[in-house]
Write a protein that binds this ligand. Structure first.
Ligand code: SF4
Ligand code: SF4
Length: 371
């Protein structure tokens, strides 16, 4: 049965990436800012700075240099040795969006099997989580969806018309080695790789569910039906931190998210309160480290829950200054740096452990020498 996402509380056209897709002076640009005039000055200032990514492209590529690139995670150090100029970095970054688009198109073209496999909800959830991990997800959870979870329109402007019962939300880990170099260009490679890894794992999981006879909607960087952070919180992957993103106990915010929406009956997970709100109040490292001052201030209370303030224009202005996607707040988070899992597991009940985690993180940082 097709239901309208009529109660949608979000609009994908309001995300900053969608807004910056609008060409200044075009009909869509004028229509959009007639509706949202308050966003125009900040967005125009980013446009005037040349957009979010303005890598300086210099030098030429030889065929030998290109053939020498093998962008696989286990060879990343060797790849970086070849990245002697921005053109080589740009080539790797430019490869990521078309790759995500290819996975997304292939998934949209694939039809569910006519034979529906019937499984008890608990069994189906366990199976899908195992398959997701097998395909590359580091963390997986399941949550129920309501029409209010959906965007009314995707970033492209296309209306979202199909509402599914559940979301399988997953996270892929981004390379710590690369993120630790924030805000250098290696951060961009880590995030681009993260989006591709999430699209690959998601496309395969979606294909698996279609083989079981159920329809799906694959949510990747190029096609979101829902904002992923709130559903990732509900599915127990982590909590939204002061950095404005999901912070997982296992990998901090050094993750990229993906989701598959489906009507396959599934058993849902519960949110995980591991004490992040209290920890963020003690820590504040992302806010102190943020060069754009985008994370300062006290939390606002939204729907009875504290939400830390995030100024997206200040953040993305910093991106244009560094000509990368910054990532300093990801590298700065103690949870991104693999703290002792036993202490993280009990820090909510024993807050003294939070100080231990912070102290050990400082020690670890002072001993880390990046090449
Ligand atoms: S990405 Fe950089 S500028 Fe943006 S919030 Fe994080 S640290 Fe601040
Ligand atoms: S750096 Fe500290 S304050 Fe920021 S999200 Fe991580 S734990 Fe919270």
């Amino acid at each position: 049965m097709t239901k309208e996402a009529s109660a949608a509380a979000h609009d994908g056209r309001d995300t900053l990436f969608a807004r910056l897709d609008l060409v200044a002076g075009s009909v869509r640009y004028q229509e959009y800012y007639r509706r949202r005039p308050e966003l125009k000055p900040g967005d125009d200032s980013l446009r005037n700075r040349g957009g979010l990514m303005r890598l300086v492209v210099g030098g030429g590529l030889t065929v030998e240099q290109l053939q020498a690139l093998h962008p696989r995670p286990d060879e990343v150090t060797r790849v970086l040795d070849h990245l002697t100029d921005e053109a080589l970095v740009q080539a790797l970054i430019d490869d990521s969006t078309p790759t995500v688009e290819e996975y997304t198109r292939a998934d949209l073209a694939r039809k569910p099997s006519p034979r529906k496999v019937q499984l008890p909800a608990a069994v189906a959830s366990t199976l899908l989580k195992e398959v997701a991990r097998f395909y590359g997800a580091a963390l997986v959870g399941v949550t129920e969806l309501t029409p209010g979870d959906y965007y009314s329109h995707r970033r492209s402007g296309e209306p979202v018309t199909r509402v599914f019962r559940s979301a399988i939300v997953f996270a892929v880990e981004m390379s710590r080695n690369l993120i630790d170099r924030a805000p250098r260009r290696e951060t961009l490679l880590a995030t681009c790789n993260g989006y591709v890894d999430a699209a690959r794992a998601g496309a395969r999981l979606s294909g698996f569910i279609k083989s079981l006879g159920y329809e799906t909607s694959l949510n990747t960087m190029v096609r979101y039906d829902i904002p992923l952070v709130p559903v990732a919180e509900r599915a127990g992957l982590g909590q939204r931190g002061r950095c404005h993103f999901i912070v997982t106990p296992e990998f901090g915010n050094r993750v990229r998210l993906g989701a598959i929406l489906t009507d396959l009956p599934l058993q849902t997970d519960s949110p995980r309160d591991f004490g992040l709100l209290e920890f963020c109040a003690l820590c504040g490292r992302c806010a102190v480290s943020c060069p754009g001052k985008a994370l300062s201030g006290q939390p606002a209370i939204i729907n009875d829950r504290p939400r830390w303030r995030f100024d997206e224009i200040k953040c993305f202005t910093t991106w244009t200054e560094y000509a990368t996607d910054c990532g300093i707040c990801i590298a700065a988070c103690p949870f991104s740096r693999n703290p002792d899992p036993a202490k993280v597991a009990y820090m909510k009940e024993q807050p003294d452990l939070m100080w231990d985690i912070l102290r050990e993180d400082r020690q670890q940082e002072s001993q880390t020498q990046l090449p």
